[in-house]
Design a protein around this ligand. Structure first.
Ligand SMILES: C[S@@+](CC[C@H](N)C(=O)[O-])C[C@H]1O[C@@H](n2cnc3c(N)ncnc32)[C@H](O)[C@@H]1O
Length: 208
């Protein structure tokens, strides 16, 4: 990807700080491409069972639109991001929110989140991380899922145009690699998303 975001990401990846570009990006006030008015169309198209107060965790929540969608389905929702500015933005966008917005790092999460959530959403975050740190990030996502819980993974499978990331689409091997440490794949689909630069999309559901 070219432009400010692409240069910022490339500079940080080159400097060995592959997650260090998100905070300066949000803090710059630049419009990030994933800051759209509604929850992800792919999340909205996924039938969520009523939460009935069960716990949900939204990984890399950004400005919070997906977290608000999940909370509205009745889940006691925690949502986290590595960027303090993104968390401030999520809180200010949703002043009456029931979501607990938290600054945290997927690669060093709070120990009490281990297998603590009935629903975990990973949407479009792993694809923004360079390949060498993905195995650890994927394992961390899976570690949040409680016994009997569900992990929903939404991700780019391919992009059109400029092949320089981010995003760096997930391979089928990376999608399969969510199914470790007692997690098993319930479904894995790849669908066309012709209106988007991320022109094919993965959706996986897993349980433990
Ligand atoms: C491409 S954006 C996607 C945001 C959101 N999930 C969505 O689909 O709109 C990636 C998000 O992950 C966050 N992020 C990146 N690395 C992270 C980490 N190690 N821990 C927590 N959040 C992280 C970024 O700050 C950013 O908000």
């Amino acid at each position: 990807m070219t432009g400010f975001l692409g240069r910022l990401a490339a500079d940080h990846v080159r400097a060995g700080d592959p997650t260090g570009w998100f905070e300066p990006l949000y803090a710059s006030g630049a419009t990030v491409p994933w800051d759209v008015p509604q929850a992800s169309a792919h999340l909205r198209a996924h039938p969520l069972p009523p939460g009935d107060g069960r716990r949900a965790l939204v990984v890399g929540c950004g400005p919070g639109r997906d977290a608000e969608h999940i909370a509205a389905a009745g889940y006691a929702t925690t949502a986290f991001d590595i960027s303090p500015t993104a968390i401030d933005l999520a809180r200010s966008r949703h002043p009456s929110t029931a979501v607990d917005y938290v600054v945290a790092d997927l690669l060093a999460p709070p120990p009490e989140w281990h297998q603590a959530f009935d629903l975990v959403l990973e949407s479009n975050n792993i694809q923004a991380l360079p390949r060498p740190i993905r195995a650890a990030a994927i394992a961390a996502v899976g570690s949040f899922v409680a016994p009997g819980g569900t992990l929903l993974v939404l991700a780019a499978a391919s992009v059109t145009g400029d092949p320089e990331g981010p995003p760096w689409p997930l391979t089928s091997a990376e999608m399969a690699s969510f199914a470790v440490d007692g997690l098993r794949l319930l479904s894995l689909t790849q669908t066309a998303a012709p209106d988007s630069r991320l022109n094919t999309r993965w959706k996986a559901t897993l349980t433990r």
